[in-house]
Design a protein around this ligand. Structure first.
Ligand code: GLP
Length: 243
């Protein structure tokens, strides 16, 4: 696990965007695993700027997103589909047919999860998976206690996650209670992983996830076992880490 300390959020975003951009330059038809949440927004903005300058080309890139709320239509501005279009897809030359997210409107969870998992396999797996880190150590929507061997599945969101995400909705009652997410096994099968973390409120979980024991109670701790993980975190997020 390589850990890069960034000065602040902007520096973290630029470093992360550099790593993503290097991946696209080295393999123009790569499969990027993408993430939502507030942390990667700055990296997406940087990628858009480089695209506008002609420095990066997404025309052959394929994308698979980590997760999606169950029951939110794509037109809902809190769906991850909407987020990805707003922050990246509509601003670069990725082909719409090459972008993929779980279909939150498919009520049959078993069918949708099997479809998504098969899709990832059919693309040849993920070359670089971008991740954020939840306050409770979740990655994607794999909440504490999630079995490490799970593939894409439907999860019941935990109270802490609903609380953390309610800032984006009119009220906590409007936050969906379930989501489809790549499982830990799916994430661990990515060839490379890039996890971005910012802010002092993540300092405790950063110390536990990357410097503590590997345990299902901190889902991100499993990343310590992956052969090619890069953590890009700012000083505030690393303030309680022994490095
Ligand atoms: C959400 C997403 C995760 C994300 C996490 C952290 O619940 N499902 O993929 O990493 O929250 O979000 P943020 O970056 O806003 O702290």
């Amino acid at each position: 696990m390589k850990i890069y300390k960034a000065k602040d959020y902007n520096d973290m975003s630029r470093k992360a965007a550099n790593i993503i951009s290097a991946q696209v330059i080295m393999k123009p038809d790569c499969v990027l695993g993408l993430a939502t949440g507030s942390t990667p927004v700055g990296a997406y903005q940087q990628l858009v700027k480089w695209y506008e300058k002609g420095d990066i080309d997404f025309s052959e890139v394929k994308t698979v997103n980590l997760d999606e709320y169950k029951g939110l239509p794509i037109e809902n501005d809190q769906s991850y589909y909407y987020f990805m279009h707003e922050n990246l897809f509509d601003k670069v030359n990725v082909k719409p047919e090459n972008t993929n997210l779980p279909n939150g409107m498919e009520p049959d969870a078993e069918k949708e999860c099997a479809r998504y998992e098969a899709l990832i396999q059919s693309l040849g797996g993920v070359d670089l998976q971008l991740l954020g880190l939840g306050h409770n150590g979740h990655i994607g929507f794999n909440e504490p206690g999630a079995a490490f061997e799970k593939e894409t599945h439907c999860v019941d969101l935990q109270e802490r996650t609903i609380e953390a995400n309610k800032r984006f909705f009119a009220s906590a009652d409007d936050v969906p209670r379930q989501a489809y997410t790549m499982g830990i096994k799916t994430i661990m099968m990515a060839k490379k992983i890039l996890i971005v973390v910012s802010g002092e409120d993540k300092a405790d979980i950063v110390a536990k996830a990357f410097f503590g024991p590997v345990t299902p109670s901190v889902p991100a701790s499993i990343l310590q076992m992956h052969p090619d993980v890069t953590v890009v975190a700012d000083e505030a997020a690393l303030s309680k880490a022994p490095c």
